[in-house]
Design a protein around this ligand. Structure first.
Ligand code: LLP
Length: 434
């Protein structure tokens, strides 16, 4: 392993992988495997980096919202709140988690391409800061809920700016062929704006766009920001309404493998802020208050997953299967997207990584692989395998396939560890069975 993989992991004097100052082998012994680990210091530092970049390049006139879909649990909501960020939620479940954790409702933005009536009621009643309109049908629904609760609801509209961010097809959401948001090119977005402005109980304060995920290039973000300012100007000129806030979504890439070269988040803000200010001046609209919605970049690299090797199956001339006690139930991203990860034999980090392994999960599914043909130190039964950068979209996408209980999540900080999500038990598995 490259000793500088990121700020969280290193090799300790025992030749073990250490995360957030904790020996991964000791963590595995103490809490069992599979186990998700999260480094609190790293999460907090990244939150601060985002806030600082707003201060430095945009006079602090904006707020990063943590996209909780990346990893939603009460402790994450508390940490993000303590770090003074806002929150993006996309379901009643995420909203419920945030409210239960004491997250201030007014700092929550509620997303989703098909919010149910009860989710909308829940959001309006709780008084979330913003409901982000996704489609024409929803506008009437939110207006009705606002009337029911006697509130004026502050809304945003998700716009497809038509920007291709060159990312994986499944996670590219800015272009026209997407189930999310209103298309600009077809006039749908403009019609949507008119409809929101006509609604009695809605107040259109913001426009939103999100161009994709795991993006390393700054240019598409700048392009999207410019397109959005142009649209804000069109709304002002043709409908006489001033949109004062702009939300540029998330999508900032992280390091999964050595070849990944993430852009410093500050560089992103520097470029986008300059573009927004210049365009706002060019079009004669006020410089908007801005939001961004980083998810993966806040928790992704702060996470790692530990597994225990159960068997090594060498098929001569074919491949070596290293079977672990987790798999697609706790990390479905390789099965779903073919995502690359750095895999390490955490018990033997000081040994040469010269063994080609296909890391296989324990589900009844041939495609249940965590990674294929990765180089690790030759494993034997009982070794602890670590997969790095699993903080985002792992626990949050976990399932109980084959009735496997979800692993625990342990937060580490300065050599101390604590459980923030308990391991599911078999009792949990049958809890709702009748
Ligand atoms: N805002 C909106 C409206 C989004 O749709 C998303 C992600 C984000 C913010 C956060 O994006 P991030 O900063 O995390 O890239 N399951 C996929 C990722 C799906 C992302 C969906 N939307 C994966 O595992 O790669």
């Amino acid at each position: 392993m490259n000793k500088n993989f990121n700020a969280s992991v290193r090799v300790n004097s025992k030749g073990h992988l250490e995360i957030g100052g904790c020996d991964s082998i000791e963590l595995a012994e103490k809490y069992g495997t599979p186990l998700y680990i999260l480094d609190e210091t790293m999460i907090r530092n990244i939150c601060r980096e985002y806030l600082e970049s707003f201060k430095k390049y945009y006079d602090g006139k904006g707020l990063p919202l943590y996209a909780s879909k990346a990893l939603c649990c009460m402790e994450m909501c508390r940490i993000v709140n303590e770090e003074n960020l806002g929150l993006d939620v996309v379901s009643g479940g995420e909203l419920y988690t945030a409210l239960k954790a004491g997250f201030p409702a007014e700092k929550i933005h509620f997303h989703g391409n098909n919010k149910t009536v009860s989710e909308i009621d829940m959001a309006v009643e709780a008084g979330v800061g913003k409901i982000v309109m996704d489609n024409l049908s929803e506008i009437a629904r939110v207006d009705k809920a606002a009337e029911k609760f006697g509130k004026k609801v502050s809304v945003s509209m998700r716009i497809k700016p038509g920007v291709d961010a060159h990312t994986h097809d499944f996670i590219r959401t800015g272009q026209i062929d997407s189930k999310f948001g209103f298309a600009l090119e077809t006039g749908e977005a403009f019609e949507g704006v008119k409809k929101v402005l006509e609604a009695k109980n809605l107040n259109l304060t913001e426009l939103h766009c999100h161009i994709g995920s795991q993006i390393f290039d700054i240019a598409p973000f700048v392009a999207a920001a410019e397109i959005m300012i142009e649209f804000i100007a069109k709304i002002k000129n043709e409908l006489g309404h001033t949109v004062t806030e702009l939300n540029l979504g998330g999508g900032f890439g992280i390091k999964y493998v050595e070849e990944d070269k993430p852009v410093a988040y500050e560089k992103y803000m520097e470029a986008v802020s300059a573009a927004i200010k210049a365009k706002a001046q060019e079009y004669g609209v006020p410089v908007p208050y801005i939001y961004i919605e980083p998810g993966r970049s806040i928790v992704g690299e702060a996470g790692a997953t530990l597994y225990t090797v159960g068997s090594v199956k060498e098929i001569p001339g074919v491949r070596n299967y290293v079977a672990i006690d987790g798999g697609m139930t706790d990390n479905i991203r390789y099965a779903l997207y073919g995502s690359a990860y750095t895999v390490i034999n955490a018990s033997k980090v000081d040994k040469e990584a010269d063994y080609k392994a296909t890391v296989a999960g324990k589900c009844c599914e041939s495609g249940d692989l965590v990674q294929e043909n990765c180089m690790i130190a030759k494993p034997c039964d009982g070794d602890i395998i670590a997969v790095l950068s699993t903080g985002a979209y792992n626990y949050s996408m976990a399932s109980n396939y084959n009735r496997n209980p979800r692993p625990a999540v342990v937060m580490v900080k300065d050599g101390e560890s604590r459980v923030i999500i308990k391991r599911e038990t078999y009792e949990d598995i049958i809890r709702n069975d009748i």
